[in-house]
Design a protein around this ligand. Structure first.
Ligand SMILES: C[S@@+](CC[C@H](N)C(=O)[O-])C[C@H]1O[C@@H](n2cnc3c(N)ncnc32)[C@H](O)[C@@H]1O
Length: 284
């Protein structure tokens, strides 16, 4: 079965928008799918020697796993993302703000935030002060917004997309930023890993990532928030639906507000068009 699962994972990853994800994460999702769909698992085992790709069940699993990965990753990838290598080369030759912006524009979340980055960081650091280290969970391409921060914190970039993280590593090198990358699957049991990575005085970013995690497993972000030992956490949510037409009302986040208060955090809220920020602070 292991070989078969690997074969399916490789096929799932041939979709262009998913190719920066790593195989192990896809294998994990396939295993979870097969656990829930025993009939498909049996059929695939029977068919594994011949005509596998033509089996109805094969098409079904490919479609379902791709749909899930699209929701947590692919949907944020814009056309320019496929040129990330080229964009990084340009930045290497000329590390001006414009070349940073071009990279930020290749990911939906940072593109939407782009006109407001300076303002967002100003607000955040007015509230929490100047931290030594930022740990960015589900970072996407947000580390490329480093020039907007205006001081020089250490930066820990965590995501599940290994190849994106490699670009970020290269970026840290080019800009001589004291930064590291960590491949972390936040939907998996990663509490020990987070306790190892995050220190009490760090500021943790969880920008537009909670909804992606909840799409995989309901309430998973509660476990995640519980396992973050930091005094400062910045969580943001999109206030627009993915299609951009509907506004997501703040009432939908009352579960979140109630939960973090229970954890002992004080909440400060601010908004920019399309995004709401919760700056969470705990007494020392
Ligand atoms: C909507 S994007 C936000 C990116 C970035 N935080 C920003 O706001 O610019 C969600 C990010 O979460 C990451 N992600 C989704 N599920 C994850 C998981 N289980 N573990 C780690 N990262 C995950 C995706 O790869 C993607 O980069």
């Amino acid at each position: 079965m292991e070989d078969l699962i690997r074969f399916i994972a490789k096929d799932v990853l041939t979709k262009k928008e998913l190719r920066n994800l790593d195989e192990e994460f896809v294998i994990e999702r396939i295993k979870i799918f097969l656990k829930k769909h025993k009939r498909i698992k049996e059929k695939l085992e029977q068919r594994k020697q011949f005509n596998l790709k033509r089996a109805k069940e094969y098409k079904e699993i490919i479609k379902a796993v791709r749909a899930e990965l699209r929701e947590v990753y692919g949907v944020f990838i814009l056309k320019e993302h496929f040129k990330l290598g080229e964009l990084l080369d340009k930045l290497r030759k000329n590390p001006c703000l414009e070349n940073h912006n071009k990279i930020l524009e290749s990911h939906k979340s940072s593109k939407e935030r782009l006109p407001y980055y300076a303002l967002v960081y100003k607000r955040i650091f007015e509230i929490i002060g100047v931290p030594k280290r930022i740990v960015d969970l589900g970072c996407g391409l947000n580390p490329f917004s480093y020039p907007y921060i205006k001081f020089k914190p250490e930066y820990v970039a965590c995501d599940l997309a290994k190849k994106d993280l490699e670009f970020i590593k290269e970026y840290f090198k080019i800009m001589r930023i004291k930064g590291v990358i960590k491949r972390v699957d936040l939907a998996k049991d990663c509490q020990d890993k987070l306790k190892e990575i995050i220190k009490k005085e760090d500021v943790v970013f969880l920008l537009k990532t909670v909804d992606s995690l909840e799409a995989i497993k309901k309430n998973i972000s509660k476990d995640l928030l519980r396992s973050i030992p930091a005094r400062f956490i910045v969580v943001s949510f999109s206030t627009k639906s993915l299609g951009g037409k509907k506004r997501i009302r703040r009432e939908r986040r009352t579960w979140f507000e109630r939960f973090v208060k229970k954890l002992g955090y004080k909440i400060t809220i601010f908004e920019i068009p399309g995004e709401i920020f919760y700056v969470l602070t705990k007494q020392a």
